[in-house]
Write a protein of this length. Structure first.
Length: 232
């Protein structure tokens, strides 16, 4: 039988990373530093450890996440999903489309884009794997998924290079360069790439399944192990 506690039990490592995310999100003004550290914990959790520990604990791992059906994010110069809280403030979705003149033949398309871009997205429960594949950002037509965004931040800022597609990250760099200063929204000077990394942590931590799992992981191991009978 393969043991998971040669160095430290997998469940304990998952607890440490979830607690680290919680501490980062409770900072009074989380910024780039917290987002980078969050990306490293999220990357580890997305790589299978969280799902394995939840399965072993009998916890169905469902994450309430924004659904973007019908939103033309692939047409946006910049889209950031929002729908979470950072520093006690609600972060709303952000859209930036190319706005033509009033008399332009493209004006009706722009107005349709705006009308299809709501201030609040409905939430639906999805499995962890699906959660990581949901879009959270778009730059001049390049749509980034949550796990992809986390891995980009972890790679570019956190030094987590193993088993990653560097060409894909270079492509993201290219799109970010084209967007430029518009990346910083909300008046706090924080890039939407970092904001959405923090947002991914927020959705994960606030999922009832993860709240329940964290409670279960705080129970000492000795409290759940059956007593070993003494030989007479």
């Amino acid at each position: 039988m393969i043991q998971d506690d040669v160095l430290i039990r997998r469940a304990e490592v998952v607890r440490i990373h979830l607690d680290a995310l919680d501490a980062l999100m409770k900072e009074p003004s989380p910024g780039a530093s917290e987002a980078i550290r969050a990306s490293l914990s999220l990357r580890f959790l997305f790589d299978g450890a969280l799902a394995q520990v939840a399965h072993a604990a009998g916890v169905p791992l469902l994450i309430p996440a924004p659904t973007l059906d019908g939103v033309p994010i692939d047409q946006a110069l910049l889209f950031a999903c929002g729908g979470y809280e950072v520093a006690g403030a609600h972060v709303r979705p952000h859209y930036f489309y190319r706005e033509p003149g009033i008399q332009s033949p493209h004006r009706s398309q722009f107005e349709r884009q705006i009308s299809a871009s709501p201030d609040t997205h409905p939430l639906s429960e999805v499995k962890l794997g699906r959660f990581g594949q949901l879009p959270c950002l778009a730059f001049v037509g390049k749509v980034l998924k949550r796990e992809e965004t986390v891995r980009y931040v972890a790679n570019k800022c956190g030094g987590a290079h193993h088993s990653d597609d560097m060409a894909k990250f270079d492509e993201i760099d290219h799109h970010l360069t084209k967007v430029g200063h518009v990346l910083r929204v909300g008046g706090n000077g924080l890039s939407v790439v970092f904001l959405e990394t923090l947002g991914t942590a927020w959705f994960l931590l606030n999922a009832p399944a993860v709240v329940g799992l964290r409670t279960a992981l705080r129970v000492p191991v000795e409290a759940v192990r059956p007593p070993v009978p003494h030989s007479s």
